[in-house]
Structure formats: structure tokens, C-alpha cells
Write a protein that binds this ligand. Structure first.
Ligand code: GCU
Length: 597
């Protein structure tokens, strides 16, 4: 259990396991009354975590008689913006990994018949949260939301929040010690006070029934004292208004026919949906679509779809650092759409909700992934519980988003028994929590079957609905043109997505097509790769590595990498590289009527 809470909140008993996150519907959902706590917070950087013993969370300003000196003062300390990573806000913190304490004062007027939660969109990596000196709880995992109820802890007038955030990497962490992305620390997404009625909707699911294009199914879970109050679902544009009586646990399950315009990349239709119960009323924009796997095909709304994609990190274009704003998402997805994509692989961790909701609006199919990346502590039960919790939180936040079609469990993990058992458990958990979407992983273990043949036979493939293949022929091994002879096969009759291929080139570095690190070499790799991968059996999509150059602590080449992975098709300042247009041309061709035949 990765969220330690100090009193009982909404548990969705039926569909979800004990690792189910608390009150997923407490968040940035339209119709929720929220008070933003974004903005400058005072911060104390505390490399030795002295603040725990010194009880920084008490925010003391007056010495206790006979006690020792107070050696911290938040009010006099520097500030950092929330949301925002600390690495790109202060040069001296660029490489900092460790604990830091955030403090924010705010005034609040309590309201009758109202419950209040403090909500965090994300904090990387481990957070301890206190209000008015009282501990609320802890959260592990840098990319998913969490919240705590503060109804009884807030006072009328002045209040203060203290949050310890520690991004130190841990051998038993998820991810563990080694990643090819920058370990941005801090409170990286919104912080809100969320007000709800005494009995409120703590979670809900509304989508088309599996395999049906005309039946809406789902559930609503209430939390509070009046669990018997009726629940009404409205979809005005579809002429739907249905009222249901909850069972004793405050849960409503429903299925009803509705005439709906299906969501797709060509027609990203979203419906306004209102859920009301007692004094509670929330609104959401939901698209209705079906997604299935049939043999080696991915089938959207009953029709096979080919995934024209790109992989991307959640890094802010131009300014760098963790992306979080809608503008960041619009810039990044603007390039994704400019490429001609209908699919985006969001790597290697759940990206911010602004991106996911924009994908819903723009009609981009989404691969969402938890950071089980490279090697982690497969034998450690706490690591499994942590991974399960991050998976549950990812599913809980985005399970109503039509855009999200894949839950990815991992990226490039070594083939060994403990690992495969670990990931099989996650696959089961993902299917139990959401039987409507496909489960996948990015694999890179292949077996040589002759000089030019490779077979994807990773045993994990058995437990996946869709296979991701990462291969770097022409970059980490071989020459670009070797792809012309390379044959691929898969042990599984399942859809295969080439989830990564690529080559590095800083924008503006030119030379011969055989000269590594040049744009011409990157083009050379793309040309040979795109021809090769189309011959792979079960080929159902591609998401080359990567949309934009991004910071990495493993990339050192001076004047070339300078702590950037340069495999982007766009530089970190938005300049398009030649290979961008190679991929764009192919994706445009694929959309021509001739290609669709
Ligand atoms: C890996 C990995 C990425 C990494 C990329 C690279 O396949 O999945 O996270 O950045 O290769 O080496 O550039």
C-alpha cells in the first residue's frame, strides 16, 4: 500500500482491489469547486532530511521554553513555483536529488455540509503531507495524483500546508536507480483544495459496454453518510436521463441503450455527462468508443485501425523541465498532429491530465505507461505493491478517457523468471481493474534466428494483448541499411507495435548520410526502418523514439548531447529536423484514399 492515510475514505469495494487509490473523482473534474494552491511556495532544501527530526512540518516560529534554537524559517526562505520541478527553476538545483520541504499558507472559510480534500496532481517521487502541523499521509510515485481529506483539520482563517518531497532514487523504487530521463523533483502538478458535498461521488465509470456500440455501462460510487440517495446520469445531447438507487454500499451499476456518435481520431466527439446525487453534481466530457484486439489487428469501433504514432516524454518545449500546462500539451500535440499521427505513446510514466484530456479533444489514441523501466527489484513485494498502486492510480485517473486505449506495464525489462511473474501479476491487475482496454509492454528481447532474422519471443508476450517492440538497428548496432535485409517474426499472433526506433542528431548538424549524429544519418535510419517495419508480421502501428529532444543524465557528448537525448524529430526549442518530414510524408501517404484500400 503506497498511500498511508490516517483515517478511512472512499473504497470502491466491488470492481477494485485494496490497492485502489482513494477518491479518484477528487480532482480537476469540471463542476468540482476547487481552490487553487498553485503559485510560489516557500522551500527549504534539506539534503540530510534534518527537517523530519526538527519537525519542520510544525512550521514553528517561537522557541519552546527550555528548548533549542529554531534553525529554519519558511517565511524567510526562497520560493519555488508550484506546479514546477525544482531542477529548472534554480540552476543550483539542476542536479539536486533529495528531500526538500515546501510550505504554503492559505486562508480558508469552512462551509456547512461541505467536505474538503487537498489534491496533488503529482509530486516526484515520495511525499509526506502535513496540514497545520498534523500529518495527513504519504505518497510514493512521481506521476499520479493523490489526495487527503482535511475537513476536520482545516481551521477558519489561517492554515498552512507543509509537504516534504524527496526525489532520491531508490533501488526498490519504481522506477529504480537508472533511467534515461531527467529525475525532475518537486510538486510537479496542480495542488487544489477540492470541496464536495457530505455525500459525494468518489468514483465513476461511464463508457460503452465491451463489444457494444449502443449500450452504455458503468458504475458510480458514493462516499458519505447518505449512501441511499438516488444517482442521476444525464447525457443531454443523447437524450439520456436515468436515475438509479444505490446498493447499501453506495454503489450504482447500470447498463442502458443510447444512440451515440462514436469517438475516433477522425471524429473526437465528446459528450457532456452530468452525474448528480443529493447536493453533489459533477460534469465530465466523455467520448464513447470500443477498442478490441482481433488476431493481429487493433479494432476501433469495429474497424481495424493502424496506429501512426510517435513516442514522447512529458518535457516542456522551449523552457524545459516537467511539462504540466495545457499550453505545453498544445505545443507538443500540435507537433504530433503536424506529423499526421492518430496515436501517441506517452513514456515512460503517466503524463499529466492536461495532455490526456487534450488527446480526447484532438482525437489522439494514447498508450499510457507506468515507470517499470529497465531493471527494478522484481523480488521485493513492496516494489510490486508500489507498481500495482501506480498502475491503479493511472487507471483510476484516466479510465473515462476515450483516447486511452493501452495500459503499458513496463519498458525494456530483462527476461527473467521473477520479472515475468511480477509483470504477469500487473497484467492480471490491469485487466481486473479495466477489462475494456488492451494491456501492453515495450519489449526488446528478441532471439536471433539466423544472421538477418530476429524473433520476438519474450515469455511476457503470452500475458499481453498487444506487443511493443523497441529496436535500434542502425543506431545501437549495425548500419541503417542493414534493415533492408532484417526479417522479423513474432512468436505471438498478436498486434505488434514498433514502439521505439530512432537515431540521434542535434538540429542543424549536417553531414553525410553515413555520418552519425547528423540529420542526414537520422533520415537514413528512418528511411530504412520505415521500409523494414512494414514487413513485420502483425505490424499494427509504430511510435518512433522520440518527438522532442529531452534532458537525460546519461547523455554527455559535448556540443552534441550536453545532457540531452537528441533522438527527437524536433529540438527542445521546437526546430524541426529533416527526419520529421520523412515520417510526416509517410503518415500523409497512409491517409490517402489509395492507401486505405
Ligand atoms: C530505450 C528507452 C528509452 C531511451 C531510448 C534511447 O529504448 O526505452 O527510454 O531513451 O532507448 O536509448 O534513446
Amino acid at each position: 500500500m503506497r498511500v498511508w492515510i490516517y483515517f478511512f475514505i472512499c473504497f470502491n469495494t466491488l470492481a477494485w482491489s485494496a490497492s485502489r487509490p482513494q477518491n479518484p473523482a477528487i480532482g480537476n473534474i469540471p463542476g468540482r469547486t476547487t481552490v487553487s494552491l498553485n503559485g510560489p511556495w516557500h522551500v527549504i532544501v534539506d539534503p540530510y532530511e534534518t527537517g523530519l527530526h526538527a519537525r519542520f512540518y510544525e512550521n514553528a516560529t517561537v522557541e519552546t521554553p527550555g528548548g533549542g534554537p529554531i534553525e529554519y524559517n519558511f517565511e524567510a526562505s526562497e520560493t519555488l513555483n508550484v506546479p514546477g520541478d525544482w531542477n529548472t527553476q534554480k540552476e543550483k538545483l539542476f542536479f539536486y536529488e533529495g528531500p526538500a520541504w515546501y510550505e504554503r499558507r492559505f486562508s480558508y472559510k469552512r462551509r456547512e455540509h461541505t467536505r474538503v480534500f487537498v489534491y496533488f496532481g503529482a509530486a516526484n517521487y515520495f511525499a509526506r503531507v502535513y496540514v497545520n502541523g498534523k500529518p495527513l499521509g504519504e505518497h510514493e510515485g512521481g506521476f499520479t495524483p493523490f489526495n487527503f481529506e482535511v475537513t476536520s483539520t482545516l481551521t477558519d482563517g489561517d492554515n498552512f500546508l507543509v509537504v516534504e518531497v524527496n526525489n532520491a532514487r531508490r533501488v526498490d523504487g519504481v522506477p529504480a536507480l537508472n533511467t534515461d530521463w531527467w529525475n525532475y523533483g518537486g510538486i510537479t502538478r496542480d495542488v487544489l483544495l477540492v470541496e464536495v458535498a457530505e455525500t459525494f461521488v468518489c468514483d465513476y465509470s461511464i463508457q460503452l459496454a465491451k463489444g457494444s456500440q449502443s449500450d452504455v455501462t458503468g458504475w458510480v460510487q458514493l462516499d458519505g453518510g447518505s449512501l441511499a440517495q438516488p444517482v442521476t446520469i444525464e447525457i443531454p445531447q443523447a437524450g439520456v436521463r436515468k436515475t438509479f438507487s444505490p446498493d447499501p454500499s453506495g454503489r450504482v451499476e447500470f447498463r442502458f441503450p443510447a444512440k451515440l456518435d462514436l469517438w475516433s481520431p477522425e471524429n473526437p466527439k465528446l459528450y457532456d455527462v452530468t452525474i448528480s446525487s443529493g447536493a453533489e453534481s459533477l460534469h465530465d466530457s466523455i467520448g464513447f468508443r470500443t477498442i478490441e484486439v482481433k488476431g493481429t489487428q487493433i479494432v476501433l469501433n469495429g474497424k481495424p485501425v493502424f496506429l501512426r504514432g510517435i513516442s514522447m516524454h512529458e518535457e516542456a518545449p522551449m523552457r524545459g523541465g516537467r511539462a504540466y500546462t495545457t499550453e505545453d500539451a498544445q505545443t507538443l500535440f500540435g507537433w504530433v498532429k503536424e506529423l499526421g499521427c492518430n496515436f501517441v505513446r506517452l513514456t515512460h510514466y503517466p503524463h499529466n491530465e492536461n495532455e490526456i484530456r487534450l488527446a480526447d479533444r484532438l482525437g489522439l489514441l494514447v498508450w499510457s505507461e507506468i515507470p517499470v523501466y529497465w531493471d527494478i527489484a522484481w523480488k521485493n513485494p513492496a516494489t510490486l505493491a508500489n507498481a500495482e498502486s501506480q498502475l491503479s492510480e493511472m487507471i483510476a485517473r484516466d479510465h473515462n478517457r476515450a483516447a486511452v486505449i493501452f495500459w503499458s506495464l513496463s519498458n525494456e525489462t530483462p527476461v527473467d523468471g521473477d520479472r515475468t511473474v511480477f509483470l504477469q501479476k500487473l497484467a492480471e491487475e490491469a485487466r481486473r481493474q479495466d477489462p475494456t482496454r488492451a494491456v501492453t509492454s515495450a519489449l526488446n528481447h528478441v532471439t536471433e534466428a539466423g544472421p538477418d532474422k530476429r524473433v520476438l519471443d519474450d515469455p511476457l508476450g503470452e500475458s499481453l494483448d498487444v506487443l511493443g517492440l523497441n529496436e535500434y538497428l542502425g543506431w545501437y548496432g549495425g548500419r541503417p541499411e542493414d534493415a533492408d535485409r532484417r526479417q522479423w517474426d513474432s512468436k505471438y499472433a498478436k498486434p505488434l507495435i514498433v514502439s521505439e526506433f530512432g537515431a540521434e542528431a542535434p538540429h542543424g548538424k549536417h553531414g553525410d548520410a553515413s555520418a552519425r549524429w547528423t540529420e542526414e544519418y537520422q533520415v537514413n535510419v528512418y528511411n530504412h526502418q520505415l521500409a523494414m517495419i512494414r514487413k513485420i508480421p502483425g505490424f499494427a502501428g509504430v511510435s518512433p523514439w522520440v518527438l522532442m529532444d529531452f534532458h537525460s543524465p546519461r547523455r554527455f557528448l559535448p556540443g552534441v548531447q550536453d545532457y540531452y537525448n537528441r533522438k527527437g524529430l524536433v529540438s527542445n526549442t521546437g526546430q524541426h529536423k529533416q527526419a520529421f518530414y520523412v515520417l510526416q510524408k509517410l503518415y500523409q501517404q497512409m491517409q490517402t484514399p489509395a492507401a486505405k484500400q
